[in-house]
Structures are given as structure tokens and as C-alpha cells.
Design a protein around this ligand. Sequence first.
Ligand SMILES: Nc1ncnc2c1ncn2[C@@H]1O[C@H](COP(=O)(O)OP(=O)(O)OP(=O)(O)O)[C@@H](O)[C@H]1O
Ligand SMILES: [Mg+2]
Length: 219
Amino acid sequence: MLLSLSDISKSYNTPEGKVEVLKAIDISVSSGQSVALTGESGSGKSTLLHLAGGLDRPDRGRILMNDRDVTALDEPGRAQYRRTDVGLIFQQFNLVPSLSVDANIAFHAKLAGRYDAAWQRDLIDQLGLASLTHRYPEQLSGGQQQRVAIARTLAARPQLVLADEPTGNLDEATGDAVLDLMLSLSRTVGSALLLVTHSMRLADKLDRKVLLRGGKIVA
Ligand SMILES: Nc1ncnc2c1ncn2[C@@H]1O[C@H](COP(=O)(O)OP(=O)(O)OP(=O)(O)O)[C@@H](O)[C@H]1O
Ligand SMILES: [Mg+2]
């Protein structure tokens, strides 16, 4: 097993009191597998991705990546984990505003020590970004930024890609095409994929579907 979350609970303190978002959840992803994470708005999908990505810690439970306990890592250890083990594609793309498209795509790959110029060019071509490489993020449309975020993550060839609605800003046809491309590029890299989507049609393209409801995995 590549990633396994067991008995994971997470709650937040809010002005209305404590909200239990995840209640003793178990989920695992094997190497190279693609898993769709679905559930209505507020069901805890992004929370689960943040925990798996080492951005936040659960209240209870264990997260193992290649049998290594992510929950036991201190902050520098988690930063290292985020650089080298996982690739994150967020709902808001988190591109570096002061870097060109080209430099944004190279950034994580270089941090992870896996920069490969030929692979980067390949990604840029396949994602239709060739004419935009000298632009800055603010000069791009939402859909273009989304494709840059996808290229940036895949450029670093992580073992696991955690993607939060990576095609949410794209029209249906472009979203379908970009998801197909993500699946085939992930296969090329050998990356596993845990992908949040609201679309059952997109979820059906992946190896497995899981549904979050009421803080539990129900399917
Ligand atoms: N930092 C936080 N502090 C307090 N509450 C939070 C925090 N982050 C998320 N929540 C709450 O936790 C619940 C789950 O949020 P989360 O963002 O994981 O949902 P989601 O399934 O990703 O929703 P969406 O589909 O709208 O993106 C929501 O009720 C949200 O209001
Ligand atoms: Mg979310």
C-alpha cells in the first residue's frame, strides 16, 4: 500500500462550536492507483486531502506513506514530505506570482531534485501551454492557471498526486480532455492519484470511487 489513512478524525473549532468533520475514517491508495473522492460541499474532502498532504495533522489516527508515519513527523519533516513525496493541486492554484509559467512548472521539480527539461517540455506541449511559458500567473485565465498547476505537480513526478477539483475551472469538454491527460500522464510517471471531484462522470474514469458523507466513508 502506498498511502493508508486509518482511524482518522479531524474537527475544527468554529464560532458555532466544534465541528467534527472526519470521524474515524479509513482509506488507502495503492501504488499507481487512481481514486475519486466525492461528497457534497462541506463534507470534508479538502480536509482529508490536506491531512494526506501533510499540511495539517489529524486529531486522531495514523497516516502511513510507504509504511512511514506521516503523523509522527515534525514540521520540517512534513515540509520535506510535501516537497518530495506528494504533489498537491489545490482549489486555488497557489502559483508563485513572481515566477513565469516556465519557472513555476520547474519550481517543485527542482525542489524535489527531479527536474527534467525534456519531461517539462513534454508536459507544456501536452497541456497546451507552449505559447504561455513567458507569462506570469496574473496574465492567465483561471483554466490556464489550472493547467499550469497540473503541469507543475506532474513535472516533479511525485508518487502520489492529491488534486482538489483540478478541472473545476474548465468547461466540460476541456475538463474531460485535461482529466484524460492527467490520467495518462500520471500513468507515464507511475503516480497514484487521489482526486476530488463533484462530477460522477469524471469519477467514473478513475479506478475507484469513495464517497464522504457525515464524516464517514460510505462507499
Ligand atoms: N480551518 C477551518 N476552520 C473551521 N472550519 C473549517 C476549516 N476548514 C474547513 N472547515 C469546515 O469543515 C467542513 C469541511 O470543509 P472542507 O473544506 O473539507 O469541505 P469540502 O468537502 O472540501 O467542501 P467543498 O466541496 O465546498 O470544497 C466545512 O463545514 C467547513 O466549514
Ligand atoms: Mg473543498
